[in-house]
Design a protein around this ligand. Sequence first.
Ligand SMILES: *Cc1c(COP(=O)(O)O)cnc(C)c1O
Length: 819
Amino acid sequence: MSHASYSIALIAEILDASPVFSDTEAMISQLATDSRSVIYPAESLFFALKAQRDGHKYVDDAYKNGIRNFVVTEKGSLEKYEDVNILVVSDVLLSLQNLSAYNRSQYDLKVLAITGSNGKTIVKEWLYQLLANDFNIVKSPKSFNSQIGVPLSVWQIEEEHTMGIFEAGISRSGEMSSLAQIIKPTIGILTNIGEAHAEGFFSHAEKLKEKLKLFNNAELLIYSPDYTTGLSPKDLPAKAQFSWSLKEKADLQILFIEPIESKSYIRALCKGIEIECLIPFRDNASVENGIICWATLLALGYSGKEADARLEKLTRVSMRLELKTGINQCSVIDDSYSADTSSLAIALDFLNLQNQHAKKTLILSDLVETGKSNEILYTEIAALLKQKNLHRLIGVGPNISSSDEFFDLEKVFFKDTQSFIQNFPALHFNNETILVKGARKFEFERISKLITLKIHDTILEIDLNALSGNLQFYRNKLKSGVKVMAMVKAFSYGSGSFEIANLLQYNKVDYLAVAFTDEGVSLRKAGITIPIMVMSPEPSGFDAIIKHNLEPEIYSLDILKSFSGYLNDNDYDYPIHLKLDTGMHRLGFEEPDLPDLLRTLVETTKLKVISVFSHLVGSDSASLDEFSVHQLNRFTDMANDIEAGLNYSFIRHISNTSGITRHPDAQLDMVRIGIGLYGFDGNLLNNQSLRTVAVLKTTVTQVKKLKANETVGYSRKGVLSGGGDIATVKIGYADGYNRKFGNGVGIMIINGKRVNTVGVICMDMCMLDVTGLDVKIGDEVIVFNSELPIVELANQIDTIPYEILTNISQRVKRIYFYE
Ligand SMILES: *Cc1c(COP(=O)(O)O)cnc(C)c1O
């Protein structure tokens, strides 16, 4: 096992817990906060955190997954198990932090702590790239920087490490002291400080003071006076400081920055001597983060020359896992930015969340984890693969190849990426999910290119974390016990099918709903096992409904009788959902239909009413509030009649997305969330608190200069009276970019600038007026994102976000991101 272990008895003492022991010898090496992702259950200690959800609800799941050691505030349902150790504490989060702080106190190593509003993760990853040759480094996985993420990160420290690099983020006053006690930094790094209000602080000064608390006991602080205005030098924490500045005298005083092709050449004065460096990026954020890394290297004692040599080799850090469509019905998860055990575990969790293919394959390079013998490292990886139910391993590199014997699954090894590519046809990728994970020097992007479908230049990026975040936003608005039905009809409002459904299933929604039977069938084929309601079941699809265990919405006596007639005589209690018409006048039973409905239902034992529901016509609109209340009352009356007639109860639901926030009384037993998941709610001002899920991008295919009086596109509709520049981009009405956006109505963003369409929108492309802008072939063009929101597009052509989203055609490839 990788991590040093502590006995549960010692942990009980450290946490000052009231223990109930079944086995005081149990050794703990892993901390778990999510019952779904445990790697070594026998050695894991589960913390029932009251975070977004109450972890106490998941202790049974954790038990089922093999966990036997728990930290809780009350024994609750654990009491029924005989083979568990329970540590009862008054504050579970504090206990997690205390245990991690104890682990930290056992080791004496250089610890770099990074905080600031922006750039923490990039600076951390870059310092890792810059220092990995000289130290055996442990670092925060991804952006684990919260009250929970920091203790989980610091817990990873063990004997062999000579340096730790951790990031710390806070969202309100008072949080930093606890992080400081866990990390105990020796060196502090302050990155960019942004707007105070964006992060829940009163003022800039308050925010700065809070952040700096991280460094109170540090030896050295690396900072910029550009970000500490209002603070006198004596107020700065740490025993010594090393400053950098673009504006004033500093230990590293930047003299000038000059772009050279895609790089930035920087000259600076360091303790009176002129030095220089070349950073392989041009954008402002990267340059600033690069300077912070430069300052850190100098402060650590590296020479200007050495620092320059290292900085030049920095590579871009992508924190996202990308899920793409692969060749031969495969799905490909692309994660080639780092190859270490903890990021592998995270990527494998994402792999396991995708159930659309029965087979799971991992293409893995040698791991660069200095300090561990091959035997220990690859035994660990082998255990991880077994625990995550991998089917096939394709190892690339000399080390993993020579560790063949440890792996107990279908496997094949190649000495390098080139020989993988030569043997590629023999690997027969077909209908499987493939995780591609390699250290940078193996250049696995060559492998991903081979196994993913070529992406046409217009893509819709879907941020799965944002979608989970939006689900959580609504969960927090629900009264306790209210269930969630997630609407995934119309290709999940244009965002995808099984990719979204898998995520929702993983996040434990109670129901999914689709419009048509075939949508439900494809979800079942993709491994979705939670209940699925079909809203427009057609008799020709009844066979498929029953075969795939889908649940029909019954909206008329005809459909009720024909479905019932379709079932076999010995079928019993088949789940159905009754739709009531309370004012939409679209589908559903009305009051006068109820006697016949009830008579038919009572006569048969084949059917069981699982839920009764209706739909609000104007839940987002103040002017219709009265009507919404009227619908709710009518619904309640009718549902009561049905319940009395059937003599059993069922789930009642009437609210869609905007009803959740606007009409809390209408939450009933369940809510149906649709558009809110995808980031829109007519009832929230500017969709506040919701995250943007979808970004539509395309590229410039050609740039042209126009003379006065020349025209653009069909029918000569596009006119730039004085001439100008136009860019042709690869999106047209066949992709879902409505013709109404033509002739200057529509706006896109190129290189950060808003530009208008010119001329009519064609089938596969359209033209933009880029007069006076520096636009080149291949430049990225944003059609919508968080800065150019879909709501704005909808307003431009007098429609609603629903239509913009669902119109994006299937030929536009979707890419899914997960952090
Ligand atoms: C689509 C749909 C919803 C979801 O509505 P949103 O406004 O997208 O939340 C809810 N109920 C029914 C019956 C629907 O058809």
